[in-house]
Design a protein around this ligand. Sequence first.
Ligand SMILES: [Fe+2]
Ligand SMILES: [Fe+2]
Length: 349
Amino acid sequence: MSQGFIKSRILVADDDIVQRALLRMILEGEGYGITEVENGREAFEMLSEDPDLKFLITDLNMPLVDGFELIRNIRNKEVRYTYIIVLSASDGRDSLLKALSLGADDYLQKPVHPEELMLRLKAGERLLKLESHEELIFAMAKLAEYRSPETGYHLERVLHYTRALGRDLARNCPELRITAQEAEEIARLSPLHDIGKVAISDSILKKTGALTKEEYELMKGHTTAGGNLIKEIYEKTGSPYLRLAYEIVLYHHERWDGSGYPRGLAGEEIPLSARIVALADVYDAISSKRCYKAAQSHNRVRASIMEQEGEHFDPRVVAAFLRQEDMFVSIQERFQEQECIDACLSATL
Ligand SMILES: [Fe+2]
Ligand SMILES: [Fe+2]
């Protein structure tokens, strides 16, 4: 048996048996594996059960759970990205816009043309490939984080807090010129912020008591160590994405009033990406439990963040935080578990 490239498996959700048969014929002819369902409920169950299903082609009008509800459910609950292509009737412009705004990635008009369908699938495959690169970034960041007492879900929470702040600023602060796309990139790169801790010795990283002045100076070096690491790859590739990673890693401990490190930059000299991650990181550090300190309530953390407005934090980022408070609380609740136990165990190993 030949071991060629294994093509993706595709879930087709449509109540029209003829439409499903047509898609099956086209897709199987191209070597894709197909799973068919008749409504949104079955589709959602299938996607939850089968991690190999990363593509969905869905009709909008279906019984029980329709396509809109299905897209909403997937985007609310997904642990991995599902690429969603909507099948739209030619007259359904409004429903198409609604589907896209709920989070569909692409659409195809009926009747489906095989060549067009293939091109759309290729675009989806490219995106999913990028997605797996991001998972690799996250895995690397996690590896660096394992050595430090901030294990648990610190990185996941920082990513989600960063996303909430970035999206808010993209919507409400046009003067900052940050797009929704950039906000998303900053969020996805945020887990790397402490990657430079790989260069810090265990005796400092795992010390539970206060650091000496000398140890503190060494600890601060995680920003430049991480920055240098990423700069090297950045200079080879010239990728703007890595440039963004570099800024986050190097500058996430700078402070708005210029009293931070490593460079002592102030105000808008500090890249916006780093100003956003700084607040997300500090919010999480104060609001989480560690084995050497208790968690602080959201209200207390909010008070300290407000106190630090214009000192540690960019006032516009603080304003975004205040608009996104509920989101912060729900992210914290969602990624809350085992943290202290894990941290204490790893600190004693
Ligand atoms: Fe840091
Ligand atoms: Fe951190």
